[in-house]
Design a protein around this ligand. Structure first.
Ligand code: PLP
Length: 418
């Protein structure tokens, strides 16, 4: 048995089922990424059943978490997959997705990138007029999609707002004629148009506004087989402060209305797609690590952990908030809370997981849990400071724990230099 000194998400959701944070760390090392299959499947189902419109094909944007075991589950749940690079196409195919179930949406692709997708029969979306010319010259008499910029963006940080005037993404809608000319010149069919406005919106307004705009624009093309509205569906990172989840039911209803209205005017039940990454993977994953101690420097109290920005980059990169839980083996502990800056073990002052977080005082040997780390967590981790990348385990619906990626070793660190 163990006690949770702070936080209740893993207790409330029975996240660990019959195992415990201490058992997991003892068995697989620290730190460690832990996923819960039930939560992951549920999020896939939420997305799969978002609307009632019958020609709806949601894609999981696999860059959020590319573990092959999770990809297999997403496919079992009926999702297709979005890929951003040849490596992601490779991983998706390895995990069982067929070429027809993949969509390739690269940014600043090279000829070699496009050729990889072409040779694997993966439909591609291009991101600029020049890229369209390049792609069409490599693969004439075929099908292509174009990513347009609807002029409306959204997101949790300006680094992840991917539409509107201040981003490198998408073809401007006023380049319609140039797009058409290239399509005709190479005898192509423009089968799809797509957008992706940014990452992590919690309210539907910007999404509905940009979608309305894209649909209006879509009427100018008569060859479309699908319209892809992108990802960005948010999750509540501040659950401990009572943050509510995005209202998917309401969003689904609004989307249904737009889809049905468009199908009526367009004259056929065109396919609609979305591409959520974070929503599918985020809440199914947490990171467990060890407390290495506490200390006071000037007026700041620090909690030390073995979770540096090599393990979780988001707080350092975007200033992101992740809820924190603390676990102890002690039967009794002091529950008094005070403000702490929670830091990792990397040799940089920016290596901060959380600032001014109200927590009880842990001690060496207690454990920390970082919530909502299933998306852009392991996928963005590195071996900086020669810390081997950590293991990933899956707590299956049956309760069984399966290691889905082993911890890297020192030998792995040197393997490619030999
Ligand atoms: C990253 C990305 C997504 C997924 O974004 P989330 O915020 O994780 O839902 C979808 N589409 C494109 C084109 C992307 O680049």
């Amino acid at each position: 048995m163990y006690n949770t000194m702070h936080g209740s998400y893993t207790k409330d959701t029975n996240f660990f089922k019959s195992t415990t944070p201490f058992d997991l760390i003892n068995e697989y090392g620290s730190p460690i990424y832990v996923y819960n299959e039930d939560v992951f499947r549920q999020r896939c189902k939420d997305i799969k059943h978002l609307v009632t419109y019958d020609n709806f094909v949601p894609h999981y944007s696999i860059k959020a978490n590319t573990n092959i075991h999770l990809l297999k589950i997403a496919r079992e749940e009926g999702l297709h997959a979005d890929t951003m690079s040849p490596g992601e196409i490779f991983m998706a195919l390895k995990s069982g997705f067929t070429s027809e179930e993949l969509f390739y949406i690269p940014n600043n692709a090279t000829k070699e990138d496009f050729e990889y997708a072409i040779s694997h029969n993966v439909l591609t979306s291009v991101d600029s007029v020049e890229q369209l010319e390049l792609y069409c010259s490599l693969n004439p008499n075929s099908k292509v999609a174009v990513r347009f910029n609807p002029g409306v963006g959204a997101g949790h940080h300006n680094k992840v707002v991917t539409a509107g005037k201040k981003t490198k993404f998408g073809v401007n809608m006023d380049e319609f004629e140039a797009v058409n000319q290239i399509i005709e010149k190479h005898n192509m069919t423009l089968v799809g148009i797509n957008q992706h406005i940014g990452s992590l919106f919690m309210h539907s307004e910007a999404f509905i506004e940009s979608t309305t705009c894209l649909l209006e624009f879509a009427k100018r093309f008569d060859s479309l087989e699908f319209i892809d509205l992108g990802g960005g569906f948010g999750i509540p990172y501040k659950k401990q402060d009572g943050e509510a989840p995005i209202d998917l039911e309401d969003l689904g209803k609004e989307m249904d209305k737009l889809f049905k209205g468009f199908a009526n005017t367009y004259g056929r039940n065109i396919q609609f797609q979305i591409e959520p990454g974070r929503y599918v993977a985020c809440e199914s994953g947490i990171i467990l690590g060890q407390i290495t101690g506490t200390k006071k420097n000037a007026d700041t109290m620090y909690i030390g952990t073995d979770i540096g920005f090599n393990v979780l980059a988001r707080p350092m990169m975007y200033g992101s908030h992740h809820d924190i839980e603390l676990y102890t083996n002690d039967i009794e502990y002091d529950a008094t809370i005070s403000p702490y800056t929670v830091v990792g073990n990397i040799c940089e002052s920016g290596d901060i997981l959380a600032t001014d977080r109200m927590l009880p005082k842990p001690k060496y040997g207690d454990l920390i849990g970082i919530m909502d780390a299933g998306a852009y967590g392991f996928a963005m981790s590195t071996s900086y400071n020669q810390r081997p990348r950590c293991a990933e385990v899956l707590i299956k619906s049956s309760g069984e724990v399966q290691q889905i990626r082993r911890k890297e070793t020192f030998e792995d660190l040197i393997a490619l230099m030999q």
